[in-house]
Design a binder for this molecule. Structure first.
Ligand SMILES: [Zn+2]
Length: 202
């Protein structure tokens, strides 16, 4: 087994872990959101499904190379697909923010929801850091972009937590949707940057 093969295998394992954590965010977030009637938590759960698409793309990319597809080709296609995953996340966050603002949805405090947000705040930065280190090793721009998705998930979890606490303490129900809107802008810019880099290379 060459070093590169071993690194690709580590990439596959990292992305499986990414999918697993996103599944936990989705399932626990939905349960906590439905029980407490919190639209913010339900939105958080649904956006984890969008985030999982980036991990799925990277799984396809690593396995493709491990099975002998040309590295340059799978990498280029993965970068494009991750760019669209960023656009998908941006669109989803924008729609949910506007919906929350129009309906004045309150992010009701829920112990389970707060526990989930804290869990993601601990796990996601570690995962992003591992992905970033491996991206440098593999010289994979696609994995570097995917690690940015993981960082955005950290921001989303942090703002969810702040939103839940701000509403409970001061009644600032708008804190979470306003923050989600800001993250939507970051995600859209990231997607645009990835696409323009791809064009410059060819
Ligand atoms: Zn997430």
């Amino acid at each position: 087994v060459t070093t590169r093969e071993a690194s690709l295998k580590r990439g596959v394992n990292l992305e499986y872990f990414s999918l697993l954590w996103n599944a936990i965010e989705t399932i626990v977030g939905l349960i906590a959101g439905l029980v407490s009637g919190s639209v913010a938590l339900i939105g958080f759960a649904l956006d984890s499904i969008v985030e999982a698409s980036s991990a799925t793309i990277l799984l396809w990319r690593f396995r493709g190379e491990a099975r002998g597809r040309p590295e340059e080709e799978v990498e280029r296609r993965a970068i494009r697909m991750v760019a669209f995953a960023f656009y998908g996340l941006a669109l989803f966050l924008a729609v949910r923010s506007v919906y929350d603002l129009i309906t004045r949805a309150r992010p009701e405090a829920s112990a389970l929801g707060i526990g989930l947000a804290i869990g993601s705040l601990i796990v996601m930065p570690l995962l992003a850091w591992k992905k970033r280190t491996l991206a440098r090793e593999l010289k994979s721009r696609a994995l570097e972009a995917d690690s940015m998705q993981t960082i955005l998930c950290t921001y989303i979890s942090a703002f969810l937590l702040v939103g839940l606490v701000a509403n409970a303490a001061f009644g600032w129900w708008w804190a979470d949707p306003v923050a989600a809107l800001a993250i939507a802008v970051i995600a859209a810019r990231e997607g645009r940057e990835l696409l323009s880099e791809g064009e410059h290379q060819h």
